[in-house]
Design a protein around this ligand. Sequence first.
Ligand code: CA
Ligand code: CA
Length: 289
Amino acid sequence: MNRSLSLLLSSLAYSFFLGGSLLDAEPVPKLVLLWETEPIFSYPECAVYDPEQEVVYISNIGETPKDVPPNGDGFVSVMNLDGSVKTLKWIQDLNDPKGMDIWKDTLWVNDRDAIVEVDIPKDQVQQRHELDDVVFLNDIGVGPRGQIYSNDADGHKVLAFKNGTWDVFWEDPDEGRPNGVWVEEDRILLAMNWSHQLISMDTKTMEQTVLLDNIGAADGIEPVGNGGYLITDYLGQVFYLSPSGKGTVLLDSRGEQHTADLEYIPDQQLVIIPRHKNHTVAAYRLNWD
Ligand SMILES: [Ca+2]
Ligand SMILES: [Ca+2]
């Protein structure tokens, strides 16, 4: 064997060994319950952390949305990180607020068939974008450059906010029920309810990649900072997608809890989960020990 071939083979063997050992050693966290509230919320859907105010906003749909015409009973609550409620009804007169995200001083809220901008320092609605061609908006996400995407789950499409208007970015009436969205530099992650998949969509080429299968009624998506993600199944499961693409069930509370759109606060390793039909909010520590 010549020297270069021998070197090549040994380096291949080393890479294989290293890759295998890294994969085997890839840590999987545990969820440790820290606190849960009394059932004081009204179909809580989404949690968003505000690092400026050090509070968590919780959207409350109010009466069950699809059977009840819009009646302004939706609201947003403010919680402290210890599980106490700062203001139960902070922003009121919404219809069915679901997904939320923050960009600068604005809390963006999907409210059934409108997208609402809440001015956080002023504690009030700044603007309400009424949309004609949507059925029922679910999650909304803002990316690192301020790119905003909003999912019309029941209209089977994803909207993108460009130059002051909401354009259809993607739609699929046969296959698509996009619930959760997470926006990154050049791609969006979508939690798809019908296919029970987490998919990645390149925002330039529209190319789709399946990241995780069998995730139930896929709802919220949150990165944990190491290249991995947490994903909720509305019916009671929480999944961890590792940086190498391996999925693990961290929590299975099906039949007991409805785990909706979660929030993750990296510096405290805190996972906040609105439990929709239970009317509670729970917090878990993401434990790597
Ligand atoms: Ca409502
Ligand atoms: Ca959702």
